[in-house]
Design a protein around this ligand. Sequence first.
Ligand SMILES: Nc1ncnc2c1ncn2[C@@H]1O[C@H](COP(=O)(O)OP(=O)(O)O)[C@@H](O)[C@H]1O
Ligand SMILES: [Mg+2]
Length: 301
Amino acid sequence: MDRGETKFQVLLKKSVVENIRIEHPVILKGQYEKAYNLLRDSLDAGITPCLVGPPGVGKSLLARKVAEDTGRVFFEIFFDENVTPSRLVGAFDPALVVRKGRSIESFEPGPLIRAMVEGGLFVAHELNRATEFCQNSLISPLEERHYHIYPLGLIKAHESFAFVATQNPIETAGTYRLSRVLMDRIGCWIRLSYPSKETEIEIMRVNAPASDLPDSALEKIYEIINDTRNNPSLEVPASPRAGIFLTRLVNNNLDDFKGEDEAIRFFAPAVLSKEMRVREEGKTVESIINEILDRRLGSVN
Ligand SMILES: Nc1ncnc2c1ncn2[C@@H]1O[C@H](COP(=O)(O)OP(=O)(O)O)[C@@H](O)[C@H]1O
Ligand SMILES: [Mg+2]
């Protein structure tokens, strides 16, 4: 430890990494194989793709996988009404401007400019939630592959720079809409929905490290998750991410229970109640979850 360095600073130094690697296998079967190929093909053809699908179906993971497989550094931004163009593009640091003026030395780049300059893959999550100002900032990087920063001049994108958007279909009717101009620049719409049973079970397994759960437990978890998707009382069903969380909890703590059913029954309400929104009056998340658990695991009295 250097003199004067705090314990936190030492740890922070060790924690700085170039890029986060994907830590588990990526299942590229069924819809994922198709989506992955479309994603790569559109980027190769210089066409901007948009991944459309409900939360937790694997949009981010696919984009990250393509970045890794094509040797690009990964950048991302999660749009909402509070994200400003300067957060996206970058801004001059006032303290440095005092000494160096508005110059390259005083410019703090945002993720979009970093991806352009470094030839990375930039992911614009929830693009439909970007404000009009942010949407406008994206037009010239997509159309002309450059961005004008006053007074630096025109910043030209590296030839490897690639842009991927993601969007949640439930939200397309929401407050912000994609402007016609931006919409026209997105040339490939890749739709993902909930995966098939076999694929989702495989996803649950690879995401629960050292999973030694029997197939019967994974099937039950899948059926419970899938029931929330076919239940008209629920507005927001459980995502594959919820299935992964439930699998991990059951897998890690199985020994504390009499069997997999008891473990699933214990953890399912805690994992599922966060995700769901009830549409029908007089019903609660708990009552719906209990109905599903009784159906899949048999009722306990
Ligand atoms: N095809 C897949 N193979 C392996 N894991 C997956 C796959 N699809 C999704 N996952 C896992 O599911 C979770 C949610 O995926 P994510 O990409 O974050 O979803 P989204 O961006 O659509 O909300 C993550 O833990 C991810 O690793
Ligand atoms: Mg995501």
